[in-house]
Write a protein that binds this ligand. Structure first.
Ligand code: HEC
Ligand code: HEC
Length: 334
């Protein structure tokens, strides 16, 4: 029957609506992009544009931005490793070993506090700090260097109407980071109606994640993580515990509390936790399922879940379906 005929009959139309709500995008081809994420909100001082994002993509992989000329943002945030680096701790441009694990950059545009302890309150500010701290840059010197590269000078003119400056370099990088969204995963396609997108074990795993495992109390969909902070008991017993969020708030309850990371594309991002102490996803999930580690200051939200090994395996199957598969190629540099 033609759609028009349905719409004319009110009662049939409401029946159609009910069907549409139950399976909004049933039959959607897997090749079509599916997102469960809301639109990114860009800050007033840094509206986005395709040209700005393209410039940020180049800056992100360009080693000329670092103090030694040997390191780019990408040196610790690789696409194929879920924008992390596969190391427990990375070495900065100045040779100093970081004391925290490199987090993913996926979905950073949705956060409200950056770094494991949330000490950065704008993404632009975070980028400037990472640029100086991790890649050892003197921003004024590097801006001058970029202005000497005709391809960059022309792009900064076109995008910002001015030569490159520390502020505009950070803005272009931040605009680029706001495009790094982990979406269109098998799980997103499943939720959009493609019942063949994931295995039955993954569906069971999702139920356990939301139910018995109580994981979603903190790893809430659609990001499965957000800018909230908990002590999950990793620092208890260490000789020099990392104070974590306490450094920022000076609030006792934030002692050794760290940000709840997004679990989108988490399967790519080993090793896990702020201290990179768990080498595999199954070790990380076992730790959470046991209610975290031993620390008198651990969050009271955590307690043993009683999840069995087969149930943990199903949760892993579910988490693997959150991996996004967007294409990525390194941009050419001017
Ligand atoms: C030497 C390795 C290294 C390099 C190079 C590096 N980062 Fe990072 N990045 C880290 C580490 C480690 C952290 C976490 C530090 C912390 O939380 O205290 C981090 C955190 C971040 C975060 C915060 C993510 C979140 O969830 O809060 C962003 C954004 C980021 N880096 C972007 C960049 C950009 C942009 C560059 C280039 C200017 C860069 N990084 C270069 C290692 C690196
Ligand atoms: C009380 C809140 C809370 C609950 C409940 C919780 N998590 Fe977490 N989770 C966190 C925080 C906070 C971190 C990061 C802590 C750190 O590194 O110090 C984390 C880290 C993780 C990581 C490591 C991610 C990475 O990129 O390093 C995984 C995997 C994980 N959780 C899975 C789970 C699963 C599965 C469950 C349910 C069995 C669960 N979590 C329950 C708060 C929670």
């Amino acid at each position: 029957m033609p759609i028009r005929a349905f719409l004319l009959a009110a009662s049939v139309a409401s029946a159609l609506l009910a069907v549409a709500c139950a399976a909004p995008e049933a039959g959607k081809p897997a090749s079509e992009r599916v997102s469960a994420l809301p639109a990114i909100v860009h800050p007033e001082g840094n509206p986005t544009s395709p040209a700005k994002v393209a410039l940020g993509a180049q800056l992100f992989v360009d080693k000329r931005l670092s103090g030694t000329g040997n390191m780019a943002c990408q040196s610790c945030h690789y696409r194929n490793l879920g924008w992390t680096d596969g190391l427990q701790f990375s070495r900065r441009d100045d040779g100093v070993l970081n004391s925290r694990n490199t987090p993913t950059l996926y979905n950073v545009g949705y956060q409200t506090a950056w770094y494991w302890d949330g000490r950065a309150t704008t993404l632009e500010g975070q980028v400037l700090a990472a640029w100086r701290g991790q890649t050892g840059a003197d921003p004024v010197k590097i801006a001058a260097l970029l202005n000497g590269v005709p391809g960059y000078a022309a792009q900064f003119q076109a995008v910002f109407g001015a030569p490159a400056a520390p502020d505009s370099i950070a803005k272009a990088l931040a605009a680029y980071l706001r495009t790094k969204n982990s979406e269109n995963s098998p799980w997103d396609r499943y939720e959009a109606g493609d019942r063949m997108a994931v295995s039955a074990d993954a569906v069971d795993g999702f139920r356990l994640f939301m139910g018995k495992g109580r994981c979603a109390a903190c790893h809430t969909p659609p990001f499965y993580g957000n800018s909230t902070f908990f002590n999950i008991g990793l620092e208890g017993g260490k000789a020099k515990p990392d104070p974590g969020r306490f450094n920022v708030t000076k609030n006792e309850v934030d002692t050794s509390a760290f940000k709840t990371p997004t679990l989108r594309s988490v399967a790519l991002g080993a090793p896990y936790f702020h201290d990179g102490s768990r080498a595999t996803l199954v070790e990380a999930v076992r730790f959470m399922a046991a209610g975290g580690g031993d620390d008198p200051k651990k969050s009271p939200v955590l307690s043993p879940t009683g999840l069995s090994e087969p149930e943990i395996a199903k949760i892993i199957e579910f988490l693997k379906t959150l991996t996004s598969t967007e294409p990525w190629t390194a941009p050419a540099l001017p």
